[in-house]
Design a binder for this molecule. Structure first.
Ligand code: ADP
Ligand code: MG
Length: 638
């Protein structure tokens, strides 16, 4: 029978993993045990609706057997087992979901801290066995199958699968422990005390008994006829012992659990290498009772923006898993939250379709939403730096939460939002912005574009900044939609710096502006005629200070939205913002055009074209004809 090769990328990962990724080799046991527990869960779930499984909840267990002579550590479960195909698929490829990014990261062979995170998020748990074993054998029989299979691998050189005998459904994972080295005493993993320690440390909450036959010794009872010179005798005996307490961590009182336990639970259950940023424990009693243990990851999961990522919480009914990812428990804007919910109020064998309809679930979802937002608000208040980390990873989600659902959730989310601004490089909340507003400032200002550094230099920004007003720099695509949905914050209108009424004017200023427009009319008409269809309007700017021109838009679609649609390839209908060229009547070029109109109308037209192109460039809009533009500049230079 031929040896199969691991898929190429698996191979390199495996190498990395065994040799450099995990510094903490002892976690292999946690990984193997959690797989066993998953397998038990799967069969236990099956048993709820299928009598032929023939096992009761109390029958499921995991057994660990160390054998010092053979130098093997065997972990056996009576869970769902694997078919031959599953064996091949699940253990033959690491990270089946394999993403390109990850391969790119590996392309350069140096392992950096970031790589570790990436790798930690793939389904690579099983392979951690090779950190302590030089050969791994998996003997398994799937539920419903008559044949057992044996998978063997010594690591990098591939694996073999053969048929074999196996009594009973389930899986034995047999690790042949590596020889000791100077740095690492691998044989310790065969010591009962060490195994007990590791089970306690990492797998205490596993809901199935993890048992081992312990070798103990005791004093023999004193024989009745023992004389004065009797010396107590010792005898060896063995005893099965359950090493884990089996109480799910989420059912324990908050005070009885350390943060480290929570972290271990989270990292194990949700395959994250990093501790969670926030842990939220909820216990509710009343109309609907439940325990929930929720986590906010500290980094964006590698697959967060892919189709593979599933939002949802694990749903248990009195400690029995009934749904792996129950999406209805979380609103979309909190899709990054991981965790478990356990309630006695949802029936065990309820179908998934029915589940969505249940009132209990809706009540729980609503409460959790509130709790999570509350916890985030608290983080923002108490630990700014932490919140910024959170915001970097998941802030965009909350912004999408504002704009989706017809803006229904905006009031719940508005105080959690952060934006960059001219006054804060790290981001400001709307509340903080408002607190900084001078008396004279009427609006909350924002400018949209890709790069915050450029936004402050926009011609339109000058007058507002000079007035001592702050501008929010909106650099994310969703930001502008967010502003439109919000409309205002705490009584202050949100205003684009492109709006022609961005700076309120006194009656005098209004009058002066109208006069300016009147006296500039001739020039404006000339510009409009020259530019024709290219712009919807040319008008005297009320916001420009020293810069001669800027491009703004009229109507509901802004220039930034036009760019956004173009990037999304969604401009099939050729959606275009209606462009309006604003000119500064106080800028010297305005008079230059006026004089050229009389002296050399052809030249005046060129000036107008030039200004138009400059406005496009400033707005980071593409020039319709770049070479015509350079010709134009050259012809003016000559
Ligand atoms: P993950 O647990 O993150 O999916 P692993 O590398 O730990 O990744 O395991 C890969 C897959 O192998 C599991 O998803 C499961 O399908 C299968 N598997 C591993 N161990 C067992 C087991 N003891 N019983 C049944 N299936 C198992
Ligand atoms: Mg696993």
């Amino acid at each position: 029978m031929a040896k199969k090769q691991f898929k190429a990328e698996s191979k390199r990962l495996l190498d990395l993993m065994i040799n450099s990724i995990y510094t903490n080799k002892e976690i292999f046991l946690r990984e193997i045990l959690s797989n066993a527990s998953d397998a038990e869960d799967k069969l236990a779930y099956r048993a709820l609706t299928d009598d032929s499984v023939g096992l009761n909840r109390g029958d499921f267990k995991v057994i660990i057997t160390p054998d010092k002579l053979a130098r093997t550590l065997t972990i056996s479960d009576n869970g769902i087992g694997m078919t031959k195909e599953e064996l091949d698929g699940n253990l033959g490829t690491i990270c089946k979901s394999g993403s390109l990014k990850f391969k790119e990261d590996l392309a350069n062979d140096e392992v950096k801290a970031e790589d570790i995170d990436v790798i930690g998020q793939f389904g690579v748990g099983f392979y951690s066995a090779f950190m302590v074993a030089d050969e791994v054998t998996v003997i398994t029989k799937a539920y419903g199958s008559d044949t057992g299979y044996k998978w063997t691998s010594t690591g990098l050189d591939g694996y073999t699968i053969t048929e074999c005998d196996k009594t009973g459904v389930g899986t034995d994972v047999i690790l042949h422990i590596k020889p000791d080295t100077e740095d690492e005493k691998y044989e310790l993993y065969l010591e009962e005390y060490r195994i007990q320690e590791l089970v306690k440390k990492y797998s205490d909450y596993i809901r199935y008994p993890i048992q081992m036959l312990l070798h103990k010794s005791r004093q023999k009872p004193r024989p009745e006829d023992a004389g004065d010179d009797y010396k107590p005798e010792w005898e060896d005996y063995t005893e099965w012992s359950t090493m884990n307490s089996m109480v799910p961590v989420w059912q324990k009182k908050k005070d009885d659990v350390t943060q480290e336990e929570y972290n271990n639970f989270y990292q194990d259950k949700f395959g994250d290498f990093e501790a969670p940023l926030d842990t939220i424990k909820v216990s509710a009693e009343g109309a609907v009772s439940y325990d929930a243990l929720l986590f906010v990851p500290s980094k964006t999961p590698y697959d967060f923006y892919t189709r593979e990522y599933e939002k949802g919480l694990q749903l248990y009914s009195s400690g029995v898993l009934i749904m792996e990812t129950c999406a209805d428990l979380l609103p979309d804007y909190l899709r990054f939250v991981k965790g478990v919910v356990d309630t006695p109020d949802v029936s065990l064998n309820i179908s998934r379709e029915m589940l969505q309809q249940t009132r209990e679930l809706k009540v729980i979802a609503k409460n959790l939403d509130k709790k999570i937002r509350g916890s985030l608000a608290k983080m923002l208040k108490d630990d700014r730096e932490k919140y910024e980390t959170f915001w970097k990873a998941f802030g965009t989600q909350l912004k999408y939460g504002v704009v989706s659902n017809y803006g229904m959730d905006k009031d719940n989310l508005k105080d959690l939002l952060m934006f960059l601004s001219s006054a804060s490089e790290k981001g400001t909340t709307l509340k903080e912005y408002k607190e900084r507003m001078p008396e004279s400032q009427k609006y909350i200002y924002y400018a949209c574009g890709e790069d915050a550094a450029k936004l402050g230099k926009l011609p339109q920004a000058e007058r507002i900044l000079d007035a001592g007003y702050e501008i929010l720099f909106l650099t994310e695509e969703v930001d502008e939609f967010c502003m439109q949905v919000l409309g205002e914050y705490d009584g202050k209108q949100l205003k684009s710096i492109n709006a022609d009424d961005a700076l309120p004017e006194t009656d005098e200023e209004k009058k002066a502006a109208e006069e300016k427009a009147e006296s500039g009319k001739e020039v404006l008409d000339f510009m409009k005629e020259t530019l024709g269809e290219k712009v919807k309007d040319v008008r005297i700017s009320r916001i420009l200070k020293t810069h001669p021109v800027c491009m703004v838009s009229d109507g509901p679609m802004s220039i930034e939205m036009e760019k956004y649609l173009k990037r999304q390839n969604a401009d099939m209908g050729g959606f275009k913002a209606e462009r309006v060229l604003e000119v500064n009547a106080d800028a010297p070029v305005f008079e230059t055009i006026r004089s050229a109109m009389a002296a050399d109308p052809e030249k005046a037209k060129k000036y107008v074209e030039l200004l138009y192109c400059q406005a496009l460039l400033i707005a980071e809009l593409p020039l319709e004809d770049p070479s015509a533009y350079t010709d134009l500049v050259c012809s003016l230079m000559n």
